[in-house]
Design a protein around this ligand. Structure first.
Ligand SMILES: N[C@@H](CCC(=O)N[C@@H](CSC=O)C(=O)NCC(=O)O)C(=O)O
Length: 282
């Protein structure tokens, strides 16, 4: 019988293992690939995990091949879990016009309620419930988790942490879409996945969750000031305002000259890993 988690590749990396797996997701109703980095400490003990959620157009490989996170993850003894960004495969619907900001590669880490999307686009349940249960059953991962991501994945990380403070120790994001209800990428995705009523979008929007009083875990956000998407799509000041309205410290650091790319992520990923390790390993 085929294992629940099929190993597709495994290479040594900083004395640990960079692996890619395939499995059949019950929640998404399709076969999924994911990448996992196991640090050397995982050879003898269970280790905590940082979930990384990538952005629009990405799959499980962008972060593992471009961010350069493995060296510090190996030093700290933290595993990296890198899921895909949407359901995939035959029968999974895509943007009818073939655009890159919706459908395949653009699942927005929510549970869709509208046909035809609701049959497969259940990325929130996949990331929060199905994947941790599967990986903790088959790999040397402890129950300690933190979450991070980029752009659409930064939105996913913030929303997931705000909705599940008990499941994660800390949250961070690079250039997150903080207020999807108020930007073109988010409005396009939410109106199709969740329907036209903006009231239904609030449960999937980090600014709205903050406004509703959701608990904020230890958090860190980096945002490049040369990011072309900042003003229209990312709307970082809306997050600052929502924090300030509640008297919360604003965990946003603006970075002069940095854009939206993985060069930006590679420049600061070490600081994010050390931030999460403080909370995962204490
Ligand atoms: N059309 C371009 C732009 C898409 C893009 O910039 N994607 C970002 C995430 S944007 C928000 O979620 C990304 O991470 N791209 C992948 C990468 O490896 O840089 C395109 O197709 O790339």
């Amino acid at each position: 019988m085929m294992s629940e988690l099929e190993l597709l590749s495994q290479v040594r990396c900083f004395e640990g293992e960079q692996r890619q797996y395939r499995h059949v997701s019950k929640r998404l109703g399709c076969s999924m690939q994911l990448s996992v980095y196991l640090p050397p400490q995982a050879q003898t003990q269970k280790v905590p995990a940082l979930y990384w959620l990538s952005g629009l157009t990405c799959n499980d490989q962008n972060f593992s091949t471009k961010a350069g996170a493995q060296r510090v993850a190996a030093e700290l003894g933290v595993a990296l879990v890198m899921p895909d960004t949407s359901p995939r495969g035959e029968g999974v619907p895509d943007d009818p016009e073939g655009h890159w900001d919706f459908g395949l590669g653009a699942g927005f880490y929510l549970n869709a309620t509208q046909a035809p999307w609701s049959e497969h686009y259940q990325m929130y349940d996949y990331v929060v419930e199905e994947l941790p249960a599967l990986l903790q059953a088959h790999l040397p991962l402890s129950e300690l988790q933190s979450i991070s991501g980029h752009s659409m994945g930064g939105h996913g990380a913030l929303v997931i942490a705000l909705r599940n403070p008990g499941r994660y120790r800390s949250v961070s994001a690079f250039a997150p879409i903080v207020h999807p209800s108020a930007c073109p990428w988010g409005q396009k995705a939410f109106s199709r996945y969740l329907g036209e009523d903006p009231e239904r979008w609030k449960a999937w929007d980090s600014v709205e969750l903050l406004r509703q009083g959701a608990e904020l875990l230890p958090a860190l956000i980096d945002q490049g000031l040369a990011d072309n998407f900042l003003e229209q799509e990312l709307r970082t000041p809306d997050w600052q305002a929502a924090c300030q309205a509640r008297g919360l410290e604003v965990p946003v650091r603006y970075r002069e000259g940095y854009d939206h790319s993985y060069y930006f992520i590679a420049s600061f990923i070490e600081e994010h890993l050390r931030f999460h390790a403080q909370h995962l390993l204490q």
